[in-house]
Design a protein around this ligand. Structure first.
Ligand SMILES: [Zn+2]
Length: 112
């Protein structure tokens, strides 16, 4: 903060300086707060608008658009998988149609 030239009244100048510097600091903090708020909003837009999906196979987060949803017959989503993870499961498992269970499709040997 630059000293402000006021003729005479040295203490007044100092006080004014102090106030100015406090104001400047407040302004600076306000700027930081709004900056942080902006960042929060951006983050909310990225992640908050949709809940983050976790792959049921590998347990890692799934980026938007990369998910495969496994739905029950009621349309309720039972699990999410990465496309690649799901492909691996699909390839490695024997799938059977099971009309006694709501999923209709189940992994052979899976008794749940
Ligand atoms: Zn995965």
């Amino acid at each position: 903060m630059q000293a402000i030239e006021v003729r005479g009244h040295g203490s007044k100048v100092k006080r004014k300086e102090k106030v100015e510097s406090i104001l400047a600091r407040l302004q600076f903090l306000k700027g930081q707060v709004s900056e942080l708020r902006k960042k929060c909003e951006a983050l909310k837009l990225q992640s908050g608008s949709r809940e983050s999906l976790v792959c049921s196979e590998c347990g890692k987060l799934i980026e938007p658009g990369q998910e495969v949803a496994l739905k029950s017959s009621l349309g309720r989503i039972k699990a999410y998988y990465h496309r690649d993870c799901f492909r691996e499961i699909w390839r490695s498992q024997m799938w059977v149609f099971d009309y006694s269970q709501p999923g209709f499709l189940r992994i052979a040997g899976d008794n749940c």
